[in-house]
Design a protein around this ligand. Structure first.
Ligand code: ATP
Ligand code: MG
Length: 437
């Protein structure tokens, strides 16, 4: 993509109404545009990052055998009356009437809808287990939408649902998701800590929040640093290994302030390993057994032909929140630093251009074509502007690599810079292989 053609409305000044870095940077670099309180348009740069995150989430869901589907955003109130949550959910639910006066709502989550889909088609234990997910917009009329995409009214979420015959089987599905979440956040370049959580309005008896460390987070965290020594590579996708994984992770002390007690913390965690910090919740998983299947009459035949309520869990990841959360976890001074896996572009080419000298631009275009051929997603800054402005702009955008074409590049060698480190002069072949790793 040529920068001159990219729709990227960068603003000069820091937006005054944005309190946290990710919100400021996302507005400044034209990733999002507020449409009304807690509701945003995603502009090309922001949308590109969100789609990359979505794809990693999808791949890791598919890896554990979850199947993708798509449910609508608008739901009928009937199923929510069946589960009893129509009244319980309260003002966060956006309620709408259609022209026949039927009560509808914009889905804040999908437990009821998936239970309805499931009960109409699956009748026997032989079809279990099932893991289904979708990635879809949600609406919650948050009382105080804030921090840009971190707490919106309309947000993009991956929600998955598991269906099993017994509690024991259901815990295996839970462990798979636990594993998938840790892998997903790892691929996104994030350090996520699973924490035992309260189950809130979704209910149930087993629940973990996945929290990433960031000073601007809303959750206070008390944890043992040892949690970061655990390596997912030691676990495989089978029930025994995954049970061990969950025990290893949950055996290490990590709680949010709701569960924090100083005495417990001191007893369980060595002084030098104590970590008191803040974090952002990016995922939340629940096991709630027959909380919805029972009132909604979602029955299956067990091995003896007896009808029993299917055992369910639900598993959410805030895909749009992750865009902001990743910035919060990584920014450096005023500079955004994208992890390579989700950067809007792999590399940017910055030729020094002037009216009388188009030679650098021509070189840049040649390199651009070469890299494109290798499937490298490259941004070429073809705007006629001085280099110091260019650097400022690209630091702001945070693409991890730059190829600078100016006085230091000669023949087939070019200045190559990884963000936040010194540049080096490399041949195009070397650059290509660096970008490919
Ligand atoms: P929170 O405590 O932050 O309100 P929640 O417990 O209500 O979150 P869940 O219902 O578990 O959230 O939703 C799953 C995920 O969706 C959360 O972990 C979070 O990443 C994301 N999410 C929830 N509410 C919002 C929101 N208002 N804006 C953006 N993302 C959200
Ligand atoms: Mg909430």
């Amino acid at each position: 993509m040529y920068l001159s053609k990219l729709f990227i409305p960068i603003t000069k000044d820091l937006p005054t109404d944005a309190k946290i870095k990710s919100h400021q940077l996302m507005l400044r670099t034209g990733m999002i545009k507020q449409s009304s309180a807690g509701i945003y348009s995603w502009l090309p740069l922001g949308f590109k990052v969100m789609k990359k995150i979505e794809q990693i989430v999808r791949e890791e869901q598919n890896f554990i055998g979850a199947q993708e589907m798509l449910m609508p955003t608008i739901q009928s109130s009937e199923i929510w009356k069946e589960s009893g949550r129509y009244d319980d959910y309260g003002e966060e639910m956006l309620r709408i009437k259609d022209r026949q006066g039927r009560e509808m709502l914009y889905g804040p989550t999908n437990e009821e809808l998936i239970t309805d889909v499931f009960r109409s088609s699956i009748k026997s234990y032989k079809s279990l287990p099932q893991l289904l997910y979708h990635i879809q917009w949600k609406f919650r009329d948050e009382i105080r939408p804030r921090f840009g995409v971190m707490r919106c009214k309309e947000f993009y979420m991956k929600d998955a649902y598991s269906f099993d015959l017994t509690d024991e089987e259901a815990k295996k599905s839970y462990n798979k998701m636990f594993y998938s979440y840790l892998k997903t956040f790892h691929r996104l370049g994030l350090k996520a800590i699973p924490m035992a959580a309260d189950t809130g309005p979704i209910g149930g008896d087993l629940s973990h929040e996945f929290v990433i460390l960031a000073e601007t987070g809303e959750s206070h965290i008390y944890a043992d640093k040892k949690i970061f020594e655990l390596d997912l590579k030691h676990y495989q996708l089978n029930d025994t290994s995954l049970q061990k994984m969950r025990e290893d992770f949950t055996g290490i002390y990590a709680v949010t302030d709701e569960k924090y007690e100083k005495k417990e913390f001191d007893k369980n965690v060595k002084k030098e390993n104590q970590m008191i910090t803040k974090g952002i919740e990016v995922g939340h998983i629940f096991y709630f057994s027959d909380k919805y299947s029972k009132p909604m009459n979602c029955l299956i035949d067990d091995k003896d032909g007896k009808k029993t309520s299917v055992k369910m869990g639900s598993y959410g990841i805030g895909v749009s929140r992750l865009v902001g959360a990743t910035i919060e976890a990584n920014y450096n001074n005023n500079v955004m630093v994208w992890p390579k896996s989700i950067s809007p572009f792999d590399v940017t080419i910055l030729p020094s251009i002037s009216k009388n000298n188009k030679e650098n631009l021509e070189k840049a275009e040649k390199i651009y074509k070469e890299l494109k051929k290798q499937n490298i997603d490259v941004l070429l800054d073809d705007v006629d502007e001085n280099m110091s402005n260019k650097f400022k702009k690209h630091d702001l955008i945070g693409i991890p690599y730059q190829i600078i074409i100016g006085s230091k590049s000669e023949g087939d060698s070019f200045e190559f810079k990884e963000l936040n480190s010194k540049s080096e002069i490399l041949s195009l072949d070397k650059i290509k292989s660096k970008l490919k790793t």
